[in-house]
Every structure is written in structure tokens, then in C-alpha cells.
Design a protein around this ligand. Structure first.
Ligand code: SF4
Ligand code: SF4
Length: 83
């Protein structure tokens, strides 16, 4: 580790799998989802991908289980469950 814990290389977040922090994970209900994409834009880890204007998948390698997506979904289409 560099002195002072400095991050010396740019763009290294892809190597830091924050999914290891999570004790819970999001479960997405496609039938309830209205594809407003709010969860995609607010996820602090960029773990929710979009394809053709619709939610595609949740990348559990990077989802840290914060639950913000479930909290903010206007139609409650995301539930947090134990991993
Ligand atoms: S916030 Fe809810 S309704 Fe909107 S895209 Fe995400 S899961 Fe679907
Ligand atoms: S629980 Fe948090 S980190 Fe995981 S997908 Fe939802 S907003 Fe992103």
C-alpha cells in the first residue's frame, strides 16, 4: 500500500469489488418496474445497468447493499433480501 493510503492510479474503482461489503442484496421485480431509471441514476456504485431503455441487471460484484435503490423506487419494485 502506498504511504498514507493514497490512491495513485486513476480509474481503479473497477478493481475494488464493493459487493463484498453487502449482507443484503436487491431483488428486482420486472413486473412492477416502470423503468423510470431512477435507481440506475442514484446507485452510488453504478451497479444497475440499463439496456434498450430498461433496467437490465444488478451487478452484485459492486452492489454494496445500501438499499438506496429500494428506498427510492417509486413503485417499490426492489426488495432487499439477505445474501
Ligand atoms: S426505480 Fe423502480 S420503477 Fe424505476 S427503474 Fe428502478 S426498479 Fe424500475
Ligand atoms: S443496494 Fe445500493 S449499491 Fe446496491 S444496487 Fe441498490 S443502490 Fe446500488
Amino acid at each position: 500500500m502506498p504511504e498514507g493510503g493514497l490512491i495513485v492510479e486513476a480509474g481503479n474503482s473497477i478493481e475494488f469489488k464493493t459487493g463484498a461489503w453487502a449482507s443484503v442484496k436487491p431483488v428486482h421485480d420486472k413486473n412492477k418496474c416502470v423503468n423510470c431509471l431512477k435507481c440506475h441514476f442514484i446507485c452510488p456504485e453504478g451497479a444497475i445497468s440499463v439496456k434498450d431503455g430498461k433496467i437490465d441487471k444488478f451487478d452484485l460484484d459492486f452492489c454494496k447493499g445500501c438499499g438506496v435503490c429500494a428506498e427510492e423506487c417509486p413503485v417499490k419494485a426492489i426488495k432487499m433480501v439477505k445474501k
